[in-house]
Design a protein around this ligand. Structure first.
Ligand code: ADP
Ligand code: MG
Length: 328
């Protein structure tokens, strides 16, 4: 879970002494948590401990995590509650998106040079030889064990775990009595209650400007939102060029190819950030029209899409339900 889309800004300082702000690095990206704790208790240590626990389950960059041990077919590994919750939602999103979202995409992501393995980015990989062991139907979870039809199948939770970790942070804040807070990890957000000014939270959605440095932060729009989770996926921060063609880090698990259509970024609002994150990635695979269709068909889901028109100009499209969040 390392590809950050830091794309947010918040209003949170003036007259806000009862709000606590913790920031730091986690999962190869940055986190920022702003919360009001009734007794004024700073929860940073607890939050970081919880994140370390989470990392030991779902990080493919931690060789001892549950998911890494599953990937190397360690027969002693048992799945834990984090893995099982992720697995259930990943399967659901996969079903509802015609397989556009799929955690078994790992060998393809690695081969294209975006994952924890080391694809060399020097030539297009032999996708046909990888496809036989990619697909959600080729794995199952039974009695805390992940069973694979083919031992070469590997899992990548990068497109869902960052959002899930925001839910986990939010749950910890709730356990500690917080009702007004915003959790942001690498651009994915969970917010609840009021911001320090007593209003809804204000969150900027980045313009999709090609930028591998992650330093460009220009906003396409700002949303006013609360009691919600929100995640963005884009193809403007993780990409490379090979023989003049742009390859981005979202892979279509059905073809094995990096997606190459005119959808530049997808922002999703959902009941949980785990779902928002997974659907945002799936929508990048599906493209604008199908993404809007799927989004309208799933209760509780809304999206805001930025795409390039035929003249190469950026345009936006969103579901009816998203319009209420757009700041005036
Ligand atoms: P970000 O990390 O920038 O928020 P995403 O949530 O879209 O972006 O996650 C992208 C990562 O997810 C990729 O780097 C890759 O590891 C993985 N991935 C790529 N394509 C898919 C897919 N179709 N389904 C599930 N995971 C994917
Ligand atoms: Mg995602």
């Amino acid at each position: 879970m390392v590809w950050a889309l830091p794309c947010l800004w918040m209003s949170c300082s003036s007259g806000a002494k009862e709000y606590i702000r913790n920031t730091g690095r986690i999962f190869g990206t940055y986190y920022s948590v702003v919360y009001q704790q009734p007794d004024g208790v700073d929860l940073q240590d607890k939050l970081e401990q919880r994140m370390q626990e989470f990392d030991r389950s779902l990080s493919t960059f931690n060789p001892e995590s549950v998911i890494s041990r599953i990937n190397r077919n360690d027969t002693a590994v048992r799945t834990d509650a984090y893995f099982e919750a992720m697995y259930a939602v990943a399967g659901q999103v996969s079903c509802r998106t015609d397989g556009a979202f799929d955690i078994t995409v790992a060998p393809l992501v690695n081969a294209w040079g975006f994952g924890f393995g080391n694809g060399d980015r020097q030539s297009a990989p032999a996708v046909d030889t990888i496809m036989p062991y990619v697909g959600h139907g080729k794995i199952k979870l039974e009695h805390h064990r992940l069973l694979k039809d083919d031992p070469r199948t590997m899992l990548d939770a990068s497109a869902i775990a960052k959002g899930y970790s925001c839910d986990v942070m939010a749950a910890l804040l709730e356990e500690n009595g917080c009702r007004n807070y915003l959790v942001e990890i690498g651009g994915e957000v969970v917010c609840r209650g009021a911001n320090p000014q007593g209003d809804k939270w204000r969150i900027g959605i980045n313009k999709p400007i090609d930028d591998e440095t992650n330093l460009v932060n220009e906003y396409e729009t700002v949303v006013n939102i609360t009691d919600a989770a929100l995640a963005t996926s884009g193809n403007y921060r993780q990409f490379y060029y090979l023989e003049g063609k742009k390859y981005s880090h979202t892979i279509d698990p059905r073809t094995g190819q990096p997606v190459g259509h005119n959808l530049l970024s997808a922002t999703v609002v959902a009941p949980t950030c785990m779902e928002a994150d997974a659907y945002a990635t799936a929508f990048m695979v599906l493209g604008k029209d199908r993404a809007l269709q799927v989004c309208e068909s799933v209760p509780g889901l809304d999206c805001f899409l930025i795409y390039a028109d035929e003249a190469g100009e950026n345009q936006v499209a969103c579901t009816e339900g998203f319009k209420k969040y757009l700041a005036r």
